[in-house]
Design a protein. Sequence first.
Length: 191
Amino acid sequence: MERPLPPWLPLSEIENIVPDYLDVEGANVRTMGRNLMGERVLIPATAEATLRIIESLGGKYGKHVCIINRSQIIGRPLAAALINRDYTVTICHSKTQNLPAIASSCDIVVTATGKAHFLDQKYVRKGGAVIDVGVISTPQGITGDCDRQNLEGYVSFLTPVPGGVGPVTTSVIMNNFVRMAMDRIEDRLKY
């Protein structure tokens, strides 16, 4: 479901109208709850894309992840999915005190603040990994949360914006759609 919805439409009610077998975004309350309980379920596509990128790194960067976002489509479902896979997760947000010290103590930093060039070396461990989920439109074009010039050569892994998490998100949505369609076909063939 595309967001934002018009203000007069209650998001939670709309999301919960969508049956589980059509929830390609993994955003309804039932799916979110099952993720929190440790079940392997579809999670929101951007969170799933970020999870896949983290898992593609293997153990190279350790297993302590700082997520600077607590939204229902990125931070919360990603944290639950990572915990389900034995990562140590620290969730930070706009009210987190001493954010640079917390973030830089982690192996991997995921940032989705929506603030252009927010994340620089003081938030990241030297040689660490950064996954930039932010997408901000500026007069110079699309950019992410990271101050790329400040981080290049300092971190070992940094996703580009655009061209990093976005294309993976698109492939996750298509994969979810095909997976759900196949599940639905199999269910119908049982009868």
